[in-house]
Design a protein. Structure first.
Length: 421
């Protein structure tokens, strides 16, 4: 019986035949959506027989929506995601010269999807620019609604910009604007509430999955009252709300100052033996280096919007590229979640059969795990591992692999289905 997904007391209630709204997307969105759904449907049938299935419900956004409704993001689409809680989308083109800064950002902010979750793992056989990609296993929690992505900007020469500049100089006594007459300005809001809910979600994720660490990534050495506050609020929350489940680097430093390095290391090693999550922080530029040199030292990453953008793409490149990287935008409080292909629309190859559907397939697996249908995701992960190991791939990976067999988008999906055991 077809039903809607509901949330009760913070717990999702998923029926056997949930309705899942989906946005086909622009460019290659049309090419990858149906093959991805075909893989998911086949895996659900393999796992559950006829007892469970997804009812796919198309909703409109992007160029297709503009042609059919005259609106890039119809209100009906927003309402469908609210009504059904969980949805999935292909890539959307950012409108040029239109009022919406980004359709993706608009969806995230309208539904208050404050977590952008990007798990990064390597599949055997996929080409990688690093020597040991198998050591990369990270889960990025990127704050999704604040930071410079709030879009509060003032263009040089405009009247409001002059007012803002004069307020900074005359009212607040700011004297460090190098070229005030020709400067544009941007505001970077980082709130305690926004920081805490993001870091809380990252910590709970690590605790639930028994992952070894949470790394708070920030540039607090320079931006002390925004990114520095994010770090401090994170440590406060970890020590207050997760006492007994975590051990923080700040606690380590305090023991070191009070009792010496030996006692601090003893406490750290004891926490690890007890299975506590180790909470630490790293400055962003140092983290980008560490993630390449010592990826095994980091598991769950909690960071702000802009940092998360950089980090997500670098980590994706380390395991084969953004074409095989999944993503989700989630509000853990109200249950709203939109899963998405993380790559662009690639209009140059749209309709050619060259697109890799892996990002959307893997994002759908994240969706199924969020729904509690883990058996399905395990089947497809295994099938994709077999497919990549056999070097039967789409054009993006074919160009990087010796002895590979070139498959079209739909052929790749069929190959994954064939490998579902």
């Amino acid at each position: 019986m077809t039903e809607k997904i509901k949330i009760n007391g913070g717990q999702l209630r998923v029926p056997n035949e949930p309705i899942i709204p989906f946005i086909e997307g622009d460019g290659i969105g049309k090419d990858i959506t149906k093959p991805s759904q075909k893989v998911i449907d086949a895996a659900i049938k393999k796992a559950y027989g006829e007892t469970k299935k997804i009812i796919w419900k198309e909703v409109l956004a992007g160029e297709k929506a503009l042609k059919l409704t005259g609106n890039y993001l119809p209100e009906e689409t927003i309402e469908a995601f609210k009504e059904h809680l969980i949805g999935i989308k292909g890539p959307l083109q950012t409108p040029v010269g239109e009022g919406i800064r980004s359709l993706n950002v608009a969806l995230r902010q309208t539904l208050d999807l404050f977590v952008c979750l990007r798990p990064v793992r390597w599949f055997k056989g996929v080409p990688s620019p690093i020597r040991y990609p198998s050591l990369v296993d990270m889960h990025i929690f990127r704050e999704n609604t604040e930071d410079i992505y709030a879009g509060i900007e003032f263009m040089a020469g405009e009247e409001n910009t002059k007012k803002f500049r004069d307020f900074l100089i005359n009212e607040l006594g700011v004297s460090k604007i190098r070229f005030p007459e020709s400067s544009s300005f941007g505001i970077k809001p980082i709130s305690k509430e926004g920081s805490e809910r993001l870091i809380r979600a990252a910590l709970q994720y690590a605790v639930n999955r028994e992952l070894p660490s949470v790394t708070i990534v920030h540039k607090g050495n320079i931006m002390k009252f925004t990114e520095g506050a994010f770090k401090n609020w994170g440590y406060d929350l970890a020590e207050n709300e997760f006492a007994g489940k975590v051990f923080t680097w700040r606690q380590f430093e305090k023991i070191k100052a009070d009792s010496g390095l030996m006692d601090a290391e003893k406490a750290l090693n004891g926490a690890k033996k007890e299975g506590k999550v180790i909470v630490k922080d790293v400055i962003t530029d140092a983290f980008l280096q560490e993630s390449l040199l010592r990826p095994f030292e980091h598991s769950v990453i909690a960071t702000m919007n802009l940092n998360g953008d950089y980090i997500s793409d670098q980590l994706a490149a380390m395991v084969g590229g953004i074409g095989i990287s999944p993503g989700a935008n989630i509000n853990y409080k109200n249950g709203y979640a939109i899963f998405e292909a993380t790559h662009g629309t690639a209009p140059g190859i749209a309709g050619t059969g060259k697109a890799n559907p892996s990002s959307l397939i893997l994002s759908a697996l994240m969706m199924l795990e969020y729904m509690g249908w883990d058996e399905v995701s395990e089947l497809v992960y295994d099938a994709m591992e077999h497919t990549f190991a056999k070097r039967r791939v789409t054009s993006d990976l074919y160009a990087l692999m010796d002895g590979a067999t070139l498959l079209s988008t739909s052929e790749f999906a069929d190959e994954v289905i064939k490998n579902i055991h």
